[in-house]
Design a protein around this ligand. Structure first.
Ligand code: F6P
Ligand code: MN
Length: 324
């Protein structure tokens, strides 16, 4: 099994981007260690604070954010970072080549139940003409990503990574502390019979999603003519990992539960990097009306509707949106 560096070199990744990815992974290895220690490390549970998005911060959210932020800002190749846990962007090296957006610990409500969580990241080139302390650095479409991925802290710690040359999985060999390539050329099957959605929000969805899921549930005798199964991990990183492994459709659609918050997932550090991974693996990622990678962001903590996964199934779901 190959280590990360030779694989990245083969993919034509330059030395600065390679060093950025390896630096980020040093923090992820440390997070993996803390997560695996669970209650022994006294790091489970909530802090007294909320983040800018009004979400209760877990101790592990704060620790993970600090670890990643510190290593990236000291790397010398990062001009600025945007994190789910930071109110605004944080400046790094004025001459840094790259900007990084990240969700330090996705699915953090799973921390206290010893269930799947992960770090999601997105890397873009830093525009030269915008200052390191200007959030405008980050207002680029997902198509501009030069690397995207996640580290999943599960029974094993895995990295899913794309640098625009397909998707590869690496597994952390905890005996040596190295990520080793365990799957190259990851492909999302085009068809699926598995959907992932938080069904408890059903009555709050738009008509298009109501109709699509209703037809999924009708099964073999309904218009979609197949029996579906449902999964919901409540951590996007876990649900997207399953989709990359064996296909499926994952969605967090628009809803009317809270009129001030029609969407849940964040564009920069959840939707965009997952969309790049899914597209690089032959799948599709949309809001229902627009490809996620074509959205022009207007602010760093912007939220969007997400429908992603197996290409044919996502297209079926999109056809309900077109009809609506
Ligand atoms: O980061 C937001 C998130 O935790 C995702 O990881 C996950 O898919 C979703 O929210 C879960 O939402 P809910 O609590 O509504 O099931
Ligand atoms: Mn998240």
């Amino acid at each position: 099994m190959r280590q990360l560096a030779p694989v990245l070199r083969q993919d034509g990744v330059n030395s600065n981007l390679m060093s950025l990815i390896q630096t980020l992974l040093t923090a992820c290895k440390e997070i993996s260690f803390h997560v695996s220690q669970g209650d022994l490390a006294g790091m489970l549970g909530a802090t007294a604070d909320e983040n800018i998005q009004g979400e209760q911060q877990k101790k592990l959210d704060v620790i993970s954010n600090q670890l990643i932020k510190d290593v990236l800002l000291e790397s010398g190749v990062v001009k600025a970072i945007a994190s789910e846990e930071e109110d605004t962007t944080v400046a790094g090296d004025e001459n840094g080549d790259y900007i990084v957006s990240f969700d330090p610990l996705d699915g953090s409500s799973n921390t206290d139940i010893n269930s799947l969580i992960g770090t999601i990241f997105s890397v873009m080139k830093a525009p030269k003409d915008i200052a390191a302390n200007d959030p405008a650095l980050f207002l680029q479409k997902g198509r501009a990503q030069v690397a995207a991925g996640y580290v999943l802290y599960g029974p094993s710690t895995m990295l899913a990574l794309t640098t625009g040359n397909g998707v590869r999985f690496f597994t952390l060999d905890k005996t040596h502390g190295e990520f080793l390539e365990t799957h190259s050329n990851v492909q999302v099957p085009k068809d699926t019979k598995e959907f992932a959605i938080n069904m408890s929000n059903q009555r709050h969805w738009q008509p298009a999603m109501q109709h699509y899921i209703a037809d999924c549930i009708k099964g073999e005798t309904g218009p979609l003519a197949k029996n579906y199964n449902m999964r919901w991990i409540a951590a996007m990183v876990g649900d997207v990992h399953r989709v990359l492994c064996r296909g499926g459709i994952f969605t967090y659609p628009q809803d009317t539960k809270n009129p001030n918050k029609p969407y849940k997932l964040r564009l920069l550090y959840e939707a965009m990097p997952m969309a790049m991974l899914v597209e690089q693996a032959g799948g599709l990622a949309s809001t229902g009306y627009e490809n996620i990678l074509d959205i022009q962001p207007s602010e760093i903590h912007q939220r969007v509707a997400v429908i992603l996964g197996s290409k044919n199934e996502v297209e079926t779901c999109l056809s309900y949106h077109q009809k609506a």
